[in-house]
Design a protein. Structure first.
Lengths: 440, 478
């Protein structure tokens, strides 16, 4: 018993051990950071005793001591070429181990569009007004930890009625290093009224070859969508299979605004993604798509909250998990329909493929409804591949292995197909098919 | 909605029964001495006392669960009387003395005249003698070897069976309220169906007439031996009054090879007034163990009463090919809160489970479905289908769904569906255009909504349950 208590106490102290020491030249930021650091010291390390972390056990990461990255390794454009998107050749902001890499970034953008890093513009009014306003850290230890490090991050601002045709690529690269590194990436996206953009939040690892490096990414993204604005968000998590990844995204929607999210998880030993969406005005629209494709000893946990607070909102969610080997996939999707949110139309579907008896899937779609004139439905399924479908493909001359791979590929493709950037879509399809073995 | 009806339904409940305070009651509070005294008063064997004490000692280490979606003031467990001898109720001379509210309910529900008297505690006439009816039933059951008696009686008459099965499904350490029940339970029912026996009658029929005061901490144990079948019903559609605020019952079911147990509940305990004052806290642990191959346990519940319901009738499917079923209608009105659902634990191969849950919330009430479907690593080809539908009546109530799905086996197939709807103005308009009044229309819509569950109730109760829901919802629509 005492050993258990000891280990819990150690875990609680663990996050405090990751707190930063230096302060910034900005007083408002220091106040924010100190407040967050205070929360890190008081909030317990999330354990499976906490309902929100019931299935995702992160205690494994406490065995490793992560240090902040000090200097950026000198990567070249050629080295990061596999991650570059031709569509976003001139709209790319790159960070290496959480540090902004000017020589890898390129942002030649039309008027009214800003895509940059924000450490140099911490006096900016928009930034000060929005930063850390939406991703509250009072109850989230990892968000607090990220906020306590707040100084650098990616910033996208779209001026009123500006539509940005080119996708904006935010690339976060983690590299192998002698001591395991912790980075705390931060994104802030502000879409002013009537604007529209597509952005890609991309977490990758270099080198891609084995042995996979161990590191810790603790990302927080805030997206503020004003009235009538549209944001298309693609989030890719392609970390090394030995990495730890915790992400939190807070989305705030204005009147008649639109938000669509494609969240794709391939990597990390243990990963957790929280997506918290608040429809704070009437008539907002959300489309959420998610895919976790994991195997081996990976664990991927996705928690989403869709909060309808005002009338006439729409949301449609489809989340898919594929777990092979000893992998463990978790999905928890909450939909809240508050008292005033009459005429809300909300659907949610969690579909899961469990391919191995060593694997595990836990899913919990959750509805909390406090308004009567609403349409809400959710569904969840967990199964293996349909024998009828296998039989059909076999009858067409495909052998069992090919048929299996084809069906899994098709299952994943439904989500990948929704990614709005052609080259990326193709790349992801390729990743899935190569993971499945050659099928076509 | 007619104003007379409104006035009737909104009238405060008056307790129709006089309860004589028994001198045989223990003082308030709970400690080991109280438990020893309970055990002594009931002349229990030592092993049962040990069972109680072990449960009590464990209970002391526990804290009341707070995860449920309910709010209530803290229950003071030292401010309760844990034992009082069965209280004889004052016999009423004729139906004229019965609370007119109760009579109206009987009328609405269509309870047969003969049973009304028994339920209202009116001295029965010569034609309908509950004692003789009970005796007839008892003879009939004894003939086929079914044991059906009170728990205390079973402890004396069949100690070996009680010893073998008590706590085998719900261990004393299971949860806070189960531990409390194990420590202080006073009575309940025991039912044993021997090998190959198909119980000749629905135990419900018997039960309804003979059901005495169930007591605050009730314990039910049903064992169905190989190849047997029993249908059991607890509770009653008629409103039940009870001065005990907290009810913590434990129900254990054991089904052996090829056995089937069908357990139906209709619960209509006092729900508090329309301002949420008073009412019963119903914190129940119910679990069935499908121990043998091809065994089947089916729970059907209609929950309309209690201020707070906290109840998850579960099935542990150990035997290969075993089946678990859960059919539920939970209705909350005014300030009632219900957090109810089921757990289906698939352990054996080829096990199947089915969940159909219908929640209806009205007034300022809050109704939650909380369910768990767990498929163990060895439960090859397990199959589950769950469906939970909610209906909201009015804009001030809440409906929540918390389904947990945990799958460890790749050959399992688990499906869950949930939807939310309301009684639409267009539906009401349609009924009105056909000359059907608001009240009847609501009743019909609700009926259609709950049909799948009512189909699984014993016939006479299905009819009454239908009426009951309509009755409970009077005044909420229109």
């Amino acid at each position: 018993m005492s050993a258990v208590m000891q280990s819990i106490a150690n875990h609680d102290a663990y996050l405090a051990g990751l707190l930063p020491t230096p302060t910034t030249p900005y007083e408002w930021l220091n106040t924010l950071r100190t407040g967050a650091a205070q929360r890190v010291r008081t909030l317990p390390f999330p354990t499976t005793r906490n309902e929100e972390w019931r299935f995702s056990d992160f205690s494994l990461m406490c065995k490793t001591v992560f240090a902040p990255a000090i200097a950026t390794p000198a990567l070249t454009l050629t080295e990061i070429a596999p991650f570059l998107l031709p569509e976003a050749a001139n709209s790319r902001v790159v960070f290496v181990n959480g540090i902004y890499a000017a020589h890898l970034s390129s942002a030649v953008l039309p008027a009214g569009v800003v895509a940059t890093h924000f450490s140099a513009m911490l006096t900016n009014e928009t930034l000060r007004a929005q930063l850390a306003r939406h991703a509250t850290f009072q109850h989230e230890a990892f968000v607090a930890l990220n906020t306590s490090h707040l100084q650098e991050g990616a910033l996208i601002v779209l001026s009123k009625n500006t539509a940005c045709a080119t996708p904006l690529h935010l690339l976060f690269i983690s590299t192998a290093s002698t001591t395991p590194v912790a980075s705390h990436p931060r994104c802030l996206v502000v879409a002013e009224s009537g604007s529209a953009c597509t952005f890609i939040e991309d977490y990758v690892c270099l080198p891609t070859a084995t042995p996979s490096p161990t590191y810790f990414t603790n990302a927080v993204t805030e997206i503020v969508i004003a009235d009538d604005a549209t944001v298309r968000h693609t989030r890719l998590q392609r970390e090394s299979v030995a990495a730890f990844h915790v992400g939190y995204a807070a989305v705030h929607l204005g009147r008649n605004s639109c938000y669509s999210s494609n969240s794709i998880t391939f990597g990390a030993r243990l990963s957790r993604h929280n997506l918290h969406i608040t429809q704070s005005a009437e008539g907002a629209n959300c489309t959420l798509n998610g895919l976790a494709l994991i195997s081996g000893r990976q664990m991927a946990d996705t928690h989403t909250v869709m909060d309808h607070t005002q009338p006439n909102g729409n949301s449609a969610q489809l989340h898919k998990c594929i777990a092979d080997g000893g992998a463990h996939a978790i999905f928890n999707g909450k939909i809240f329909v508050r008292k005033d949110a009459q005429h809300t139309n909300s659907t949610q579907s969690s579909r899961n493929l469990l391919l191995s008896n060593k694997g595990r899937i836990d899913t919990k779609p959750q509805l909390e409804i406090f308004a009567d004139d609403v349409k809400c439905a959710h569904g969840a399924t967990v199964s293996q591949l349909e024998t009828e479908e296998m039989f059909y493909l076999n009858s067409r001359g495909l052998n069992a292995n090919t048929a299996r791979n084809l069906l899994i590929y098709a299952f994943a493709e439904e989500i990948i197909d929704k990614v709005p950037v052609a080259s990326l879509k193709q790349h992801l399809s390729h990743t899935v098919s190569s993971q499945m073995g050659e099928i076509v | 909605m007619s104003s007379t009806l409104d006035a009737l339904i909104n009238r405060p409940y008056e307790y129709g029964f006089v309860t004589d305070i028994e001198s045989d009651a223990l003082p308030k509070g709970l400690n080991e001495d109280v438990i020893r005294l309970i055990s002594k008063k009931k002349n229990e064997p030592d092993w049962l006392l040990e069972f109680r004490l072990a449960a009590y000692r464990h209970w002391l280490t526990l804290t009341p669960p707070e995860w449920a979606n309910i709010t209530h003031p803290k229950v003071d467990f030292q401010d309760m009387v844990y034992y009082s001898a069965p209280k004889p109720r004052k016999k009423l001379a004729s139906m004229d003395e019965v609370d007119p509210e109760l009579l109206r309910t009987f009328e609405k529900l269509g309870v047969p005249m003969s049973e009304r008297k028994a339920l209202a505690n009116v001295a029965v006439d010569v034609i309908f003698d509950s004692v003789s009816v009970a005796t007839t039933y008892k003879d009939k059951l004894a003939e086929v070897g079914v044991i059906f008696c009170s728990f205390s009686e079973a402890v004396k008459e069949h100690p070996e069976l009680i010893k073998k099965y008590l706590g085998s499904v719900v261990p004393t350490a299971d949860n806070f309220y189960a531990a409390l029940n194990s420590a202080v339970f006073t009575d309940g029912s025991f039912c044993y169906i021997p090998k190959g026996c198909r119980c000749p009658m629905d135990l419900s029929t018997y039960f309804r007439i003979n059901n005495g005061e169930s007591g605050q901490f009730e314990r039910t144990l049903i064992v169905a031996e190989e190849g047997s079948y029993v249908s059991y019903l607890e509770g009653c559609t008629a409103p039940r009054f009870d001065t005990n605020q907290l009810h913590a019952a434990v129900v254990e079911l054991v089904a052996m090879d090829n056995a089937e147990i069908k357990y139906s509940t209709v619960q209509n305990w006092y729900a508090g007034d329309e301002n949420g004052v008073g009412g019963i806290y119903n914190f129940v642990t119910k679990r069935g163990l499908c121990k043998g191959i091809n065994s089947k346990i089916s729970w059907t519940q209609v929950e309309t009463g209690s201020a707070i319901t906290w109840k998850y009738p579960s099935c542990v499917l150990i035997g290969d090919n075993s089946i678990g079923e859960f059919y539920s209608v939970a209705l909350t009105n005014h300030h009632q809160q219900a957090d109810t659902g089921t757990k289906m634990i698939h352990i054996g191969k080829n096990t199947r489970s089915r969940i159909v849950s219908k929640g209806i919330s009205a007034g300022q009430s809050n109704n939650s479905y909380r369910g768990l479907v767990k498929v163990g690593a060895n439960a090859a080809d397990a199959r589950n289908y769950s469906q939970c539908d909610s209906m909201l009546i009015g804009a001030t109530c809440g409906a929540n769904t918390f389904p947990y799905i945990e799958v460890h086996n790749s050959s399992a197939k688990v499906e869950h569906e949930a939807s939310t709807s309301r009684i639409g103005e267009d539906q009401m308009f349609y009924f009105a255009s056909r000359g059907i009044g608001a009240e009847e229309a609501v009743s019909m819509i609700i009926n259609g909504f709950c049909k799948e569950v009512f189909n699984h109730l014993p016939m006479e109760f299905a009819v009454e349950a239908t009426q009951l829901l309509g009755l409970k919802l009077e005044g909420s629509v229109g």
